[in-house]
Write a protein that binds this ligand. Structure first.
Ligand code: ADP
Ligand code: F6P
Length: 496
């Protein structure tokens, strides 16, 4: 998508043949000196993947611009894509975003790492906001348009849209894990959400395991025998693309496709100049080994565990403070939710303690930044890092792991990756660890260090295999494989 959006949509009555609907619009809000606010598109993986199809069809992206109570007109980008903002007020933000999406669904779908809160008032607001998104899309969609609904915040949208506009082709993609049925069945509103999802023609997950979980749940909730009543799952074989699909019967008699489509990244074209990398390395004290962590500050990401593993390796002398640093970039996220606050406090206590124990004045062993960093700088950190630490307790995919791999096309560096990140299904050559077991993280960190030091050829072979996998399976392949499957499931394309 273009980097500027500078003219208003021609007519509010305009309709679109292709609509993406996501909780967030891919924009930053720019406040001008006169107080006026406008939208400026912000690039990201999903935008990059969907831009070609959005531009080709003068499509529309419906979403929340990310600030409370901001009312903005739709904008058209230079590439001809309309950005259509939805306003959320304080009640919506607290009940829909912080509450039901991120304090109920997020922990439930991430295998109860913290206890989900089941609050009927949040559920009401979630329903209302989903209804608002769906009604807006129903107005904007051309006859027989294709609508692609994104993620757990909008799981009721397919069902509402199906009632409002039965002519539409509707796809839904879940960007986070889908848990085992026995966890999911705790949710008091499980049937309503399932019915919402079944409004789609195709429901996409990252992994085969997520898809199987969903099929079991659908069978259990719709009363089929969950062991014998499962539809046949067609396994397609190639890791990284449309791995499995099945068809199930919705209560209204429609056939609904269900499948695994592992998301990926846009492969960066440019490399950071090597003199910039040397400057950054010098700033970090010119260590032999730079460990890197890059995450939203979320309790699912296992940031504290990797810090504790690093601390114990320094304590036992397995790593020398003169040789190593750990650079941890943590983007602020969902900061008013209690468990996020607790996670931040624990991470920052650990950073302080480890530096107090093993750093010297002017030479910390952990460099910690609690902010997001510009895309180019992040890429330089990826290039610079010797060993990337991705240690989530649970993660739908984890794009950071793939971004690091893509930044090392020559096969230098090493990746320590949690078995519980979706990316581990594809990145099998990484040093895979169990984040619940501190010894396992420590062992894999030392394996990575040892291989880089003593067996560089072996380390390079691993990284080249990872690099090949990511380069062959980028985000364009993901988007095209989902949209092709949606066409197959729902009949002839209206986008052709
Ligand atoms: P999640 O979607 O749960 O945040 P992912 O790893 O799948 O986790 O995606 C995170 C995205 O956010 C990646 O594209 C990554 O580059 C970006 N990101 C994470 N941390 C930062 C940061 N501190 N600054 C800039 N971008 C970041
Ligand atoms: O990948 C999961 C997800 O929740 C996305 O839906 C979202 O855009 C991203 O993480 C960041 O979360 P938030 O929008 O809550 O800042």
């Amino acid at each position: 998508m273009d980097t500027r959006a500078d003219h208003s949509a021609d007519s509010p009555a305009e309709t679109f043949p292709f609509i993406v609907v996501a909780n967030r619009l891919p924009v930053d809000i720019v406040t001008h000196p006169d107080g006026q606010q406008t939208l400026s598109p912000s690039p990201g993986g999903l935008v990059t993947a969907l831009s070609p199809v959005l531009q080709e069809h003068h499509g529309c992206w419906v979403g929340w611009p990310g600030e409370i109570d901001v009312e903005l007109e739709p904008f058209v980008t230079e590439g001809g894509v309309t950005l259509h903002p939805i306003t959320l007020d304080k009640t919506d933000y607290e009940g829909f975003y912080e509450g039901f999406s991120n304090a109920t669904l997020w922990p439930l779908y991430h295998d109860l790492i913290v206890q989900p809160v089941f609050d009927p008032e949040w559920w009401e607001v979630y329903r209302e906001v989903n209804d608002r998104f769906a009604r807006q899309v129903a107005e904007l969609a051309a006859p027989k348009a294709t609508v692609w609904v994104q993620d757990y915040q909008l799981q009721l949208v397919p069902g509402i849209l199906r009632l409002l506009r039965p002519d539409l082709r509707i796809g839904f993609f879940l960007h986070i894990p889908f848990p085992a049925p026995d966890i999911y069945r705790q949710l008091p509103w499980r049937e309503e959400i399932l019915r919402g999802l079944l409004g789609a023609d195709l429901i996409g997950f990252h992994l085969l395991g997520n898809t199987v979980n969903f099929l079991h749940l659908a069978a259990a909730i719709t009363g089929e025998n969950s062991h014998t009543g499962l539809p046949a799952l067609e396994i397609h074989g190639e890791a990284g693309i449309r791995e499995a699909t099945a068809t199930i019967d919705a209560p209204d008699g429609r056939k609904v496709g269900v499948g695994a489509f592992p998301i990926s990244i846009a492969i960066p074209e440019e490399d950071a100049p090597t003199d910039d990398l040397q400057t950054l390395r010098t700033q970090l004290g010119d260590p032999e080994i730079i460990f890197l962590g890059v995450d939203r500050l979320d309790y699912t990401k296992g940031i504290l565990q990797r810090l504790l593993a690093f601390e114990e390796l320094l304590e036992t002398g397995a790593l020398e403070p003169e040789d190593v640093v750990l650079l941890q970039i943590a983007t602020p996220s969902r900061e008013r939710i209690e468990q996020y606050r607790t996670a931040r406090t624990r991470v920052e206590e650990a950073v302080g303690r480890i530096n107090g124990r093993f750093g010297r004045i002017g030479h910390p062993v952990v460099h910690y930044q609690h902010s997001s960093v510009p895309h180019d700088l992040l890429n330089q950190y990826y290039r610079l890092a010797d060993i990337m630490l991705v240690t989530p307790y649970k993660d739908g995919m984890n794009l950071v792991a793939k971004e690091f791999v893509a930044a090392h096309p020559e096969g230098d560096g090493a990746l320590v990756l949690s078995e519980f990140a979706g990316a581990a299904d594809e990145l099998t050559q990484a040093h895979l660890c169990n984040p619940y077991d501190l010894d396992s993280i420590k062992r894999r960190m030392i394996d990575a260090v040892t291989e880089l030091r003593l067996y560089p050829d072996r380390a390079q072979t691993r990284m080249l295999a990872l690099s090949e996998q990511v380069r062959q399976h980028d985000v364009h392949l993901w988007a095209n494989s989902f949209l092709d499957c949606l066409e197959d499931t729902a009949g002839r394309s209206t986008l052709a």
